[in-house]
Design a protein around this ligand. Structure first.
Ligand SMILES: C[S@@+](CC[C@H](N)C(=O)[O-])C[C@H]1O[C@@H](n2cnc3c(N)ncnc32)[C@H](O)[C@@H]1O
Length: 241
């Protein structure tokens, strides 16, 4: 099964309501805690940590995969020269264009694979910085291999950085499924092959990332999120050198 097609349907339908204001944007992409947008201090930590991890600078072209409605993208606009951002959910790209646009951000509605193919074939200036925030759960290891292979082709031997933020770490999943009811629901999803896992997606093992990077001759660093922000997510930095 082409998993991304089914996820595309999921994302077209999930909370598919026009975003009228800033608060709606947080609900559209699930950046909420207790039915409220996450605290500003936590939101600020997200984009600052992205800027630090990717060592963003005013010369950089950043390619953002799965940008949602541009909430995070927009905050990075002053850290780089240009951002190419993509997402396959039409209503999210519409909200991004309406509420989070800037002269140096280009939003396109696309699947990440076609987006990267387009960059590869465009002949335009090449991005050497790549970001995927809160979205690796919607991909399989084979998908990630394809994404990395495309980035390797695009950057053609020059150094690149790819930061994957907020990846649920399989080793810490019981911190998330922390009641008997949640645990049983998760086990039931696994047993019945409910591939969206109630929208949570795929839990990743850090070894899977490490093995893939080894196979592709890439370096990777994996670290757990600050427990103050999450008890079950990890962040991953993949580089060519
Ligand atoms: C949880 S949201 C994260 C949005 C944003 N990166 C953030 O951190 O707020 C995940 C996004 O991934 C997008 N997505 C998932 N699979 C995708 C794919 N194959 N191609 C493009 N977008 C995809 C969804 O449409 C959704 O907007």
């Amino acid at each position: 099964m082409n998993s991304s097609l089914s996820w595309e349907q999921f994302w077209q339908e999930w909370r598919n309501k026009e975003a009228a204001n800033e608060e709606d944007l947080y609900f559209q992409v699930g950046l909420t805690v207790n039915q409220k947008p996450i605290e500003k201090v936590d939101f600020d930590e997200i984009y600052k940590s992205i800027s630090d991890a990717l060592a963003l600078s005013s010369d950089d072209i950043l390619a953002e995969l799965c940008c949602g409605n541009g909430l995070i993208t927009y905050e990075l606009k002053d850290h780089v020269k240009q951002i190419y951002a993509t997402d396959f959910a039409g209503h999210l790209i519409k909200a991004a264009k309406e509420l989070k646009s800037a002269p140096n951000i280009t939003y396109t509605r696309n699947n990440v694979f076609d987006f990267l193919e387009n960059i590869k074939n465009s002949g335009d200036a090449v991005p050497y910085k790549y970001l995927m925030s809160n979205a690796l759960v919607y991909f399989t290891p084979a998908d990630l291999k394809r994404i990395l292979s495309l980035i390797i082709e695009i950057t053609a031997g020059k150094p690149f950085l790819f930061y994957l933020k907020g990846v649920p770490n399989d080793q810490h999943k019981w911190n998330f499924y922390n009641t008997e009811e949640r645990k049983q629901k998760y086990l039931q999803n696994i047993a019945t092959g409910n591939f969206t896992n109630d929208g949570m997606g795929r839990w990743w093992q850090s070894e899977e990332i490490a093995d893939l990077c080894k196979e592709l001759n890439l370096k990777c660093e994996v670290w757990n999120a600050d427990p103050q922000f999450s008890g079950f997510r990890m962040d991953i930095k993949i580089s060519s050198e």
